[in-house]
Design a binder for this molecule. Structure first.
Ligand SMILES: C[S@@+](CC[C@H](N)C(=O)[O-])C[C@H]1O[C@@H](n2cnc3c(N)ncnc32)[C@H](O)[C@@H]1O
Length: 214
């Protein structure tokens, strides 16, 4: 309900420019000569599709964006572009279709431990051998929200701030994504504009990992 209301009331919550992760993904793919390979991409928790659109404008690929908010997918579907599909579904309902690249911007942080584990299982199942994961998620050093709201008992670094929000440590992400060869894991500081006129100051982890299958 939280996300339905958010998109109903605010529509394009973070504006129409890509997220920081969207920009980082495109930069990485360009600098690694991966823009003309007809890649198959999946954006998990794509919201109204700002990253799907941006990536598709810069990379030669086929992209699926999924989100469990019906409102978000209605907004996303307003952009009609070839080779883009938006689907209203929970990540747990994805089938076994495999992808070269999976992106997920600021989604991991809103999942409880059990759901984070389910997401990891899903990613490990549907990321192709040598496939890449691009993930951003709030850090325990986030200056905007860490320590705000009601702490969740028994769950370290987790708060109820309108919705559930979990803040990650470096060691936690290293451990959670140890099935990948982690190429990059670093804190990224940025200012995020919002349609309400506010600007949020964030520090998120950026994780880039490759599915090396031996
Ligand atoms: C913080 S928003 C990020 C949206 C988008 N990635 C962006 O950066 O613009 C998190 C999104 O996850 C979606 N979501 C929450 N639980 C989900 C689930 N179980 N499966 C798929 N999407 C989910 C919400 O509806 C929301 O759009």
């Amino acid at each position: 309900m939280f996300w339905e209301n958010k998109y109903k009331n605010e529509k394009f919550v973070w504006g129409e420019n890509p997220s920081e992760l969207g920009k980082i993904t495109v930069q990485y793919l360009k600098s690694n000569n991966l823009i003309n390979k007809n890649l198959e991409l999946l954006d998990i928790g794509c919201g109204y599709g700002r990253d799907v659109l941006y990536i598709s404008m810069n990379i030669n690929c086929k992209i699926l964006g999924i989100d469990s908010s019906k409102e978000a997918i209605i907004l996303a579907k307003k952009s009609k572009k070839k080779d883009i599909e938006f689907r209203h579904c929970d990540f747990k309902d994805l089938d076994d279709t495999k992808f070269d690249i999976i992106t997920s911007s600021n989604f991991y942080q809103i999942l409880k431990k059990q759901e984070r584990n389910a997401l990891i299982k899903t990613i490990s199942k549907i990321l192709k051998p040598n496939g890449l994961l691009f993930l951003s998620t709030l850090s325990v050093n986030d200056p905007e929200h860490f320590g705000e709201g009601i702490p969740i008992s028994g769950e370290p670094n987790s708060y109820q701030i309108g919705t559930y929000v979990h803040f990650c440590t470096y060691d936690e992400l290293k451990r959670d994504f140890n099935f990948l060869n982690i190429e990059k894991l670093y804190e990224h500081e940025y200012y995020e504009p919002r349609v309400t006129g506010d600007v949020h100051h964030h520090i998120s982890w950026i994780l880039i990992g490759k599915n090396i299958v031996t």
